[in-house]
Design a protein around this ligand. Structure first.
Ligand SMILES: C[S@@+](CC[C@H](N)C(=O)[O-])C[C@H]1O[C@@H](n2cnc3c(N)ncnc32)[C@H](O)[C@@H]1O
Length: 200
Protein backbone atom coordinates (compact mmCIF):
# COMPACT_ATOMS: atom_id res chain seq x y z
CA UNK A 1 0.00 0.00 0.00
CA UNK A 2 1.31 3.47 -0.89
CA UNK A 3 1.80 5.62 2.22
CA UNK A 4 -0.38 8.38 0.73
CA UNK A 5 -3.37 6.00 0.91
CA UNK A 6 -3.38 6.99 4.58
CA UNK A 7 -5.74 10.00 4.78
CA UNK A 8 -3.68 11.82 7.43
CA UNK A 9 -0.49 11.50 5.38
CA UNK A 10 -2.30 12.51 2.18
CA UNK A 11 -3.70 15.58 3.98
CA UNK A 12 -0.17 16.53 5.07
CA UNK A 13 1.18 15.93 1.52
CA UNK A 14 -1.67 18.05 0.08
CA UNK A 15 -0.81 20.91 2.50
CA UNK A 16 2.90 20.71 1.53
CA UNK A 17 2.04 20.81 -2.21
CA UNK A 18 -0.34 23.70 -1.64
CA UNK A 19 2.27 25.69 0.30
CA UNK A 20 5.13 25.02 -2.15
CA UNK A 21 3.08 25.82 -5.25
CA UNK A 22 0.60 28.28 -3.66
CA UNK A 23 -1.86 25.93 -5.27
CA UNK A 24 -4.75 26.32 -2.85
CA UNK A 25 -4.57 30.07 -3.23
CA UNK A 26 -4.57 29.74 -7.03
CA UNK A 27 -7.63 27.50 -6.83
CA UNK A 28 -9.37 29.84 -4.39
CA UNK A 29 -8.60 32.88 -6.54
CA UNK A 30 -9.87 31.03 -9.56
CA UNK A 31 -13.04 30.00 -7.75
CA UNK A 32 -13.54 33.62 -6.67
CA UNK A 33 -13.21 34.73 -10.29
CA UNK A 34 -15.67 32.06 -11.34
CA UNK A 35 -17.90 33.21 -8.50
CA UNK A 36 -18.84 36.17 -10.67
CA UNK A 37 -22.15 34.56 -11.59
CA UNK A 38 -21.00 31.01 -12.15
CA UNK A 39 -21.11 29.59 -8.64
CA UNK A 40 -23.98 30.97 -6.66
CA UNK A 41 -23.96 30.33 -2.94
CA UNK A 42 -26.60 27.62 -3.30
CA UNK A 43 -24.97 25.86 -6.26
CA UNK A 44 -24.89 22.09 -6.71
CA UNK A 45 -21.27 20.97 -6.94
CA UNK A 46 -20.02 17.52 -7.98
CA UNK A 47 -16.37 16.75 -7.15
CA UNK A 48 -15.03 13.52 -8.71
CA UNK A 49 -11.95 11.89 -7.15
CA UNK A 50 -12.52 14.20 -4.18
CA UNK A 51 -9.79 12.65 -2.01
CA UNK A 52 -10.27 13.54 1.66
CA UNK A 53 -12.98 16.05 0.70
CA UNK A 54 -11.05 19.14 1.87
CA UNK A 55 -11.79 21.04 -1.33
CA UNK A 56 -15.45 21.32 -0.34
CA UNK A 57 -14.19 24.24 1.77
CA UNK A 58 -13.57 26.23 -1.42
CA UNK A 59 -17.32 26.64 -1.70
CA UNK A 60 -19.91 28.46 0.33
CA UNK A 61 -21.42 26.39 3.17
CA UNK A 62 -24.80 26.71 1.53
CA UNK A 63 -23.62 24.97 -1.65
CA UNK A 64 -24.77 21.38 -2.08
CA UNK A 65 -21.53 19.47 -2.45
CA UNK A 66 -21.19 15.82 -3.50
CA UNK A 67 -17.74 14.23 -3.49
CA UNK A 68 -17.04 10.80 -4.99
CA UNK A 69 -13.86 8.96 -4.07
CA UNK A 70 -12.49 5.45 -4.57
CA UNK A 71 -10.59 5.17 -1.29
CA UNK A 72 -13.07 4.39 1.54
CA UNK A 73 -10.56 5.54 4.18
CA UNK A 74 -10.51 9.00 2.57
CA UNK A 75 -14.30 9.10 2.66
CA UNK A 76 -14.32 8.10 6.33
CA UNK A 77 -11.87 10.97 6.98
CA UNK A 78 -13.95 13.40 4.88
CA UNK A 79 -17.04 12.52 6.89
CA UNK A 80 -15.14 13.10 10.14
CA UNK A 81 -13.47 16.38 9.16
CA UNK A 82 -15.69 18.09 6.62
CA UNK A 83 -19.21 16.78 7.26
CA UNK A 84 -21.95 19.34 6.84
CA UNK A 85 -25.65 19.51 6.26
CA UNK A 86 -25.18 20.10 2.54
CA UNK A 87 -22.16 17.90 2.04
CA UNK A 88 -22.26 14.31 0.89
CA UNK A 89 -19.19 12.09 0.48
CA UNK A 90 -19.63 8.85 -1.46
CA UNK A 91 -17.16 5.98 -1.53
CA UNK A 92 -17.29 4.69 -5.12
CA UNK A 93 -15.45 4.31 -8.40
CA UNK A 94 -16.40 7.45 -10.33
CA UNK A 95 -15.79 5.65 -13.65
CA UNK A 96 -18.27 2.86 -12.94
CA UNK A 97 -20.73 4.94 -10.87
CA UNK A 98 -24.37 4.98 -12.03
CA UNK A 99 -25.10 8.69 -12.00
CA UNK A 100 -28.66 9.90 -12.20
CA UNK A 101 -28.14 11.78 -15.42
CA UNK A 102 -31.40 13.64 -14.90
CA UNK A 103 -29.67 15.47 -12.05
CA UNK A 104 -27.45 18.29 -13.32
CA UNK A 105 -24.75 20.13 -11.37
CA UNK A 106 -23.83 23.80 -11.58
CA UNK A 107 -20.18 22.81 -11.55
CA UNK A 108 -18.34 19.51 -11.96
CA UNK A 109 -14.84 19.54 -10.44
CA UNK A 110 -12.01 17.26 -11.51
CA UNK A 111 -9.27 18.38 -9.13
CA UNK A 112 -5.99 16.52 -9.68
CA UNK A 113 -7.99 13.41 -10.55
CA UNK A 114 -7.58 12.67 -14.27
CA UNK A 115 -3.92 11.64 -14.04
CA UNK A 116 -5.15 8.63 -12.06
CA UNK A 117 -7.02 7.39 -15.13
CA UNK A 118 -5.79 5.93 -18.43
CA UNK A 119 -6.94 7.68 -21.62
CA UNK A 120 -10.05 5.51 -22.04
CA UNK A 121 -11.31 6.15 -18.51
CA UNK A 122 -10.21 9.78 -18.59
CA UNK A 123 -12.32 10.28 -21.72
CA UNK A 124 -15.26 8.49 -20.07
CA UNK A 125 -15.06 10.83 -17.05
CA UNK A 126 -14.80 13.92 -19.26
CA UNK A 127 -17.84 12.78 -21.24
CA UNK A 128 -19.94 12.00 -18.16
CA UNK A 129 -18.86 15.31 -16.59
CA UNK A 130 -20.16 17.03 -19.73
CA UNK A 131 -23.51 15.24 -19.41
CA UNK A 132 -23.80 15.87 -15.65
CA UNK A 133 -22.87 19.53 -15.74
CA UNK A 134 -25.41 22.25 -16.50
CA UNK A 135 -22.62 24.09 -18.23
CA UNK A 136 -19.22 24.15 -16.56
CA UNK A 137 -16.46 21.78 -15.57
CA UNK A 138 -13.25 22.80 -13.85
CA UNK A 139 -10.06 20.75 -14.06
CA UNK A 140 -6.77 21.11 -12.24
CA UNK A 141 -4.04 18.66 -13.21
CA UNK A 142 -0.32 18.20 -12.70
CA UNK A 143 1.09 18.76 -16.17
CA UNK A 144 4.08 17.12 -17.80
CA UNK A 145 6.19 20.01 -19.03
CA UNK A 146 9.90 20.58 -19.67
CA UNK A 147 9.47 23.76 -17.60
CA UNK A 148 8.57 21.78 -14.47
CA UNK A 149 10.97 22.46 -11.62
CA UNK A 150 12.90 19.48 -10.13
CA UNK A 151 10.80 19.65 -6.91
CA UNK A 152 7.62 19.44 -9.02
CA UNK A 153 8.97 16.35 -10.79
CA UNK A 154 9.83 14.68 -7.47
CA UNK A 155 6.40 15.42 -5.97
CA UNK A 156 4.62 14.29 -9.14
CA UNK A 157 6.55 11.02 -9.09
CA UNK A 158 5.66 10.52 -5.41
CA UNK A 159 1.94 11.04 -6.06
CA UNK A 160 0.22 7.90 -7.33
CA UNK A 161 -1.24 9.02 -10.67
CA UNK A 162 0.49 7.16 -13.49
CA UNK A 163 -0.93 9.22 -16.34
CA UNK A 164 0.45 12.75 -16.06
CA UNK A 165 -0.19 14.34 -19.46
CA UNK A 166 1.08 17.34 -21.35
CA UNK A 167 -1.15 20.40 -21.76
CA UNK A 168 -1.49 19.50 -25.47
CA UNK A 169 -2.68 15.95 -24.67
CA UNK A 170 -5.18 17.28 -22.12
CA UNK A 171 -6.56 19.59 -24.79
CA UNK A 172 -6.93 16.69 -27.26
CA UNK A 173 -8.88 14.58 -24.75
CA UNK A 174 -11.09 17.54 -23.80
CA UNK A 175 -11.90 18.11 -27.47
CA UNK A 176 -12.53 14.41 -28.07
CA UNK A 177 -15.04 14.47 -25.19
CA UNK A 178 -16.97 17.21 -27.00
CA UNK A 179 -16.11 19.90 -24.43
CA UNK A 180 -14.87 23.41 -25.10
CA UNK A 181 -12.10 25.19 -23.20
CA UNK A 182 -13.23 28.61 -22.01
CA UNK A 183 -10.13 29.43 -20.01
CA UNK A 184 -6.73 27.86 -19.48
CA UNK A 185 -5.09 30.60 -17.38
CA UNK A 186 -2.26 28.32 -16.27
CA UNK A 187 -1.07 25.13 -17.96
CA UNK A 188 -2.72 23.09 -15.23
CA UNK A 189 -6.13 24.75 -14.77
CA UNK A 190 -8.93 24.45 -17.30
CA UNK A 191 -12.44 25.85 -17.25
CA UNK A 192 -14.63 23.96 -19.72
CA UNK A 193 -18.14 24.17 -20.98
CA UNK A 194 -20.36 21.56 -22.56
CA UNK A 195 -22.51 24.26 -24.16
CA UNK A 196 -21.72 25.07 -27.78
CA UNK A 197 -23.65 28.34 -27.54
CA UNK A 198 -21.86 29.59 -24.39
CA UNK A 199 -21.94 33.35 -24.17
CA UNK A 200 -24.28 33.77 -27.14
C1 LIG B 1 -4.29 13.25 -6.37
S1 LIG B 1 -5.73 12.79 -5.51
C2 LIG B 1 -6.66 14.32 -5.55
C3 LIG B 1 -7.68 14.38 -4.48
C4 LIG B 1 -8.43 15.70 -4.41
N1 LIG B 1 -9.25 15.91 -5.59
C5 LIG B 1 -7.47 16.84 -4.23
O1 LIG B 1 -7.28 17.63 -5.18
O2 LIG B 1 -6.91 16.96 -3.13
C6 LIG B 1 -6.65 11.82 -6.69
C7 LIG B 1 -7.76 11.04 -6.06
O3 LIG B 1 -8.50 10.33 -7.06
C8 LIG B 1 -8.95 9.12 -6.45
N2 LIG B 1 -9.34 8.18 -7.50
C9 LIG B 1 -8.55 7.48 -8.36
N3 LIG B 1 -9.28 6.74 -9.20
C10 LIG B 1 -10.58 6.95 -8.85
C11 LIG B 1 -11.83 6.48 -9.35
N4 LIG B 1 -11.88 5.61 -10.36
N5 LIG B 1 -12.97 6.93 -8.79
C12 LIG B 1 -12.94 7.80 -7.75
N6 LIG B 1 -11.79 8.29 -7.24
C13 LIG B 1 -10.63 7.88 -7.78
C14 LIG B 1 -7.75 8.66 -5.64
O4 LIG B 1 -8.11 7.71 -4.67
C15 LIG B 1 -7.27 9.98 -5.07
O5 LIG B 1 -7.87 10.26 -3.84
Amino acid sequence: MHILENPYLWHLFRIIIDIIFKYDKAKKDYMDVLGGGLIVSTANILDLGCGIGNLCTLFDDKCHYTGIELNPKYIEYANKKFAGENRQFISADAVAYSFNEMKKYDLVCLFDFLHHLDDEHCLQILESSGRLSKKNIVITEPIDSPENKPIQKVLQRFDRGKYIRSNARMKELIKEAGLTILENPKGNIFLLTNATNYGK
